[in-house]
Design a protein around this ligand. Sequence first.
Ligand code: SAM
Length: 233
Amino acid sequence: MRETLSQGLPALGLGTDAVPALEAFSALLLERNQVMNLTAITEPRDVAALHLLDSLALVSLAGLERQSVVDVGTGAGFPGVPLAIAVPGLHVTLLDSLGKRVDFLQESCGALGLGNVRCVHGRAEEFALKHREGFDVAVSRAVAALPVLCELCLPMVKVGGRFLAMKSSHTEEEISQAKEGISLLGGRITAVKDYGIPTTDVTHRLIVVEKLSPTPRKYPRRFAQIKKQPLGT
Ligand code: SAM
């Protein structure tokens, strides 16, 4: 793990100061993973690359200094926890609908002394109603298809802010299906960036959606409706 992080962080333009805290978080994750389902990735080297370095690729791709970030469907804390560790000026809200995962995050962030993290147990479509246009950035990795995800995430983003969707590189169809809905929600896709995860041959994709105007108050709809008829499809 240490070797992967020590090679990978500089490749992402980051220093290695965060290595001990990233290792400590991974140890907590793998320990708790023995008794609850947090991740299917269990080799420390793979956790370092496919969870930690993948999450931290956002720093140089998106420039996140001093922003308020909500990580929607954070699961075991990706990408939000590595970002909070490596970019201390960020204010990160970790949001997930599974209470046990949020309990794990609460305990781990407490143990790591991460003062820039808030853990919230809740559903994105409900949280968005109370925190409309409340964040500079919403980010989400591996939660839902883009047309669904945009309706969950864009309402939380301030005008002038961004929604960052972390995806696999085979997402052309999702992107074209999401475009009309994104426009209804007040956004526009301004960049699609493929990136390699250092120390692997894996390529992932970041889709950047900028918020141009306020999201109409009728969005987000109830989850059953969002799922049944994703916007613009
Ligand atoms: N983002 C993490 C990652 O990349 O490892 C976790 C991905 S996991 C496959 C999807 C997570 O999204 C689950 O923890 C699930 O509970 C959460 N989730 C799904 N729908 C959600 C919703 N509507 N609101 C909040 N969390 C949600």
